[in-house]
Design a protein around this ligand. Structure first.
Ligand SMILES: [Zn+2]
Ligand SMILES: [Zn+2]
Length: 134
């Protein structure tokens, strides 16, 4: 995915192409690991206030441009691409040293057969360990 494709995606999802949204999508495309609000804020220090940034992240998530990851750190992280759900599940790798969260695409999927009467809404796979950079 290059910048032009990312920018076109914003429009495809019915979102207005604002300067911030274009910058955000470029940032998500070029960043290989998940970003917390603080990470993102650091990249765009003076451009926006907190609520504007949160609002845009929420709009991106709703549109399926990014997905949020709950790595049990209490801090939501965001990564490029639609949410892992049926058909596009992927695991997340959490580095126990640098606390970086990576999307793990292309891993074999675990199958969970829930008992009768249960309905799976979301499967979240978290792998913990040490990343290649550590
Ligand atoms: Zn690491
Ligand atoms: Zn992911």
């Amino acid at each position: 995915m290059n910048n032009e494709q990312g920018e076109a995606l914003i429009q495809e999802k019915g979102l207005k192409k604002t300067k911030l949204r274009l910058a955000l999508i470029r940032h998500f495309i070029k960043t290989p690991h998940a970003q917390s609000y603080v990470d993102i804020k650091r990249v765009f220090p003076e451009t926006t206030d907190k609520s504007t940034l949160y609002r845009n992240l929420a709009a991106f998530e709703q549109a399926g441009l990014i997905h949020s990851i709950n790595d049990h750190s209490g801090i939501t992280k965001y990564a490029f691409g639609a949410a892992p759900r049926t058909g596009s599940e992927h695991a997340h790798f959490v580095c126990e040293f640098c606390e970086t969260v990576y999307c793990m695409e292309g891993l074999a999927q675990l199958q969970f057969d829930v008992p009768k009467g249960f309905k799976t809404n979301k499967v979240q796979t978290i792998i913990r360990g040490t990343c290649a950079a550590c």
